[in-house]
Design a protein around this ligand. Structure first.
Ligand code: HEC
Length: 130
């Protein structure tokens, strides 16, 4: 009578497969949800950056406009002189974007600064991606 163990084994495999598919679907759904939220956030950041920085900076090309290109700026040392930072990270970019003139009096980055912390964060998060 080998049929009983075989049946048991088949049932077990069927159950395991069903579990697997179920958890696979759940994982996929939450992955899709988080990917959706990442792309929504970064497209908000992308739009803000293009609007508020794009007149003076190229975001995705290595050419100069009035300001140096911003591609790859995050995690890199400043290419400009006169700023007291070793690297452009969250803290230094946040200070710079809040008020470039308070960081470097003579800067040619002639914007009053971005007063909204959430906007600065969205822009900085976007700069990390490009
Ligand atoms: C009115 C033009 C203008 C606007 C708008 C502007 N910048 Fe600038 N930016 C400059 C100039 C000019 C410099 C060089 C400043 C200097 O040498 O003091 C600069 C420098 C920088 C630097 C230093 C780059 C390096 O290579 O070290 C960063 C970072 C930066 N800008 C980010 C931004 C971001 C982010 C925005 C948008 C929120 C923005 N800038 C908006 C003109 C601008």
């Amino acid at each position: 009578m080998r049929i009983v163990p075989t049946l048991l084994l088949m049932t077990l495999i069927a159950t395991l497969t069903a579990c697997d598919q179920e958890s696979g679907t759940t994982q996929q759904t939450s992955l899709e949800a988080s990917l959706g939220s990442i792309s929504r956030n970064s497209s908000h950041g992308a739009e803000l950056t293009r609007k508020k920085c794009g007149s003076c900076h190229w975001l995705d090309r290595s050419l100069r406009k009035i300001g140096p290109p911003l591609k790859g700026i995050y995690g890199r040392a400043p290419s400009i002189s006169g700023v007291p930072f070793a690297v452009w990270d969250e803290a230094s970019l946040d200070k710079w974007l809040t008020s470039p003139r308070s960081v470097k009096k003579s800067t040619r980055m002639a914007i009053p600064g971005i007063s909204d912390a959430a906007e600065r964060k969205a822009i900085i998060d976007y700069l990390k991606l490009i």
